[in-house]
Design a protein around this ligand. Structure first.
Ligand SMILES: CC1=C(CCC(=O)O)c2cc3nc(cc4[nH]c(cc5[nH]c(cc1n2)c(C)c5CCC(=O)O)c(CCC(=O)O)c4C)C(CCC(=O)O)=C3C
Ligand SMILES: [Fe+2]
Length: 366
């Protein structure tokens, strides 16, 4: 495979108070999210000055990639585009075409399979080509999901080890600690249909491939931390956060705050939250975990530690390099769970849009 440019592909966020409501409306357009939920989330953003940290984190990652990829032998220009805020895909795609690029490889800031974390990006990239009349003139492929890539997990393992030591020295024993791997909740219907249709029977409902990938990543993190510490690990579980949508629609559970309450009731005195579902410390992490979950835990008198995300850790930057090199055919895939390496091209019907079928990029031909 040859590519002539890389596109760092992300979610986007507001960068000022005036941008918050238009951003939230854009994100949820046609998604059936009640107005009350938007009001509530707008307060999270406004409490942070109306600025999501996500764009700054992507600028920092972009700078690291531009520095590091050439050292790894990848001499391709790197662009950055967002689904929901400037720089929009449509503008970036146009800019890339005008600069002469025809075969683009997108790397997405989402490690797992789901409509929200995969197909929606692929639909939006297709839309960007369409809007610029570039269908058939320029292709955009996508790097595979990397939930079980060692370089995605290493920064997490490092900080989990640190966190366990801290919570222990605050007085909680191994048996008194619960490790909670946290990820974005999604509707059950989205979980059940995540991943390729041919593999659907393989995964438990309602979480589907989305949940299976998280469990695989969590198990790897626990094993690695156990080896690093040379001792047995506290018990762990997968929990969900940042539930949106209307209350009648079932979403993946348990919620992180309920899980903290249950852990307290079963005699735990320490909780570590590992935001394994996120690649950097954006609003879901700094608000929903560092404020809400921490308050829940401390209100119950528990020791609390929130583990770092991959961010711009050198191991993660190198992992992105390896994932790109894998697509270029110059390095072997690195995937440590029995689920991977996840395919680079999504099967038709993978992580479907349950509202209406839309064309996408980076789809496998049947
Ligand atoms: C799976 C998943 C990821 C991980 C994969 C990926 O990274 O893409 C993710 C990431 C993110 N989600 C983000 C923000 C938001 N997500 C929302 C709403 C929703 N997310 C969903 C799922 C996911 N979301 C879903 C099923 C909805 C309901 C509406 C719908 O069905 O589409 C809403 C609306 C308000 C609310 O209800 O919360 C906001 C503002 C930000 C930016 C944060 C920042 O600004 O720092 C990021 C990285
Ligand atoms: Fe989201």
């Amino acid at each position: 495979m040859t590519y002539d440019a890389i596109l760092l592909t992300s979610f986007g966020g507001p960068e000022g108070p005036d941008e918050v409501m238009p951003y939230l409306e854009r994100v949820t357009a046609g998604r059936g999210v009640p107005k009350e939920r938007l009001e509530e989330v707008s307060h999270h953003y406004l409490a942070l000055g109306g600025v999501s940290p996500i764009n700054e984190q992507n600028r920092a990652l972009l700078a690291k990639l531009r520095e590091r990829l050439p050292e790894l032998g990848i001499d391709l220009p790197i662009y950055w585009g967002n689904r929901n805020s400037e720089p929009y895909f449509s503008d970036v795609v146009k800019q890339m075409y005008e600069a002469g690029h025809r075969k683009v490889l997108a790397w997405v800031t989402s490690a797992y399979s789901s409509y929200s974390g995969c197909r929606q990006y692929r639909e939006n990239l297709h839309q960007a080509l369409f809007e610029n009349d570039l269908l058939g003139k320029m292709t955009i492929d996508k790097v595979r999901h990397y939930f079980d890539h060692p370089g995605f997990l290493e920064p997490v393992v490092e900080d989990l080890v640190e966190g366990i030591r801290k919570v222990k020295s605050a007085g909680s024993s191994t048996e008194q600690i619960k490790i909670m791997f946290a990820t974005h909740s999604i509707p059950n219907a989205m979980g059940e249909t995540s991943g390729p249709p041919a593999r659907r029977e393989e995964f438990a409902k309602p979480g589907g491939a989305y949940e299976a990938q998280h469990l695989a990543a969590a198990q790897l993190v626990i094993s690695k931390a156990g080896v690093a510490m040379g001792e047995s690990m506290p018990e762990w579980e997968l929990v969900y956060q940042s539930r949106s949508g209307s209350p009648e629609v079932p979403w993946l559970e348990p919620d992180v705050n309920d899980a903290i309450q249950s852990a307290h009731e079963s005699g735990r005195t320490g909780v570590l939250i590992v935001p394994i579902g996120f690649v950097s410390d954006h609003v879901e992490v700094v608000w929903d975990l560092d404020n809400e979950a921490q308050e829940t835990a401390e209100g119950l008198g528990m020791n609390f530690y929130r583990v770092a995300t991959a961010g711009i850790h050198p191991a993660f930057v190198d992992a992105i390099g390896n994932l790109i090199a894998e697509r270029l055919g110059t390095e072997a895939p690195k995937a440590e769970s029995s689920l991977g390496p996840w395919p680079s091209f999504c099967a038709p019907g993978c992580c479907p849009n349950l509202r209406r079928e839309l064309p996408t990029v980076a789809e496998a031909t049947a």
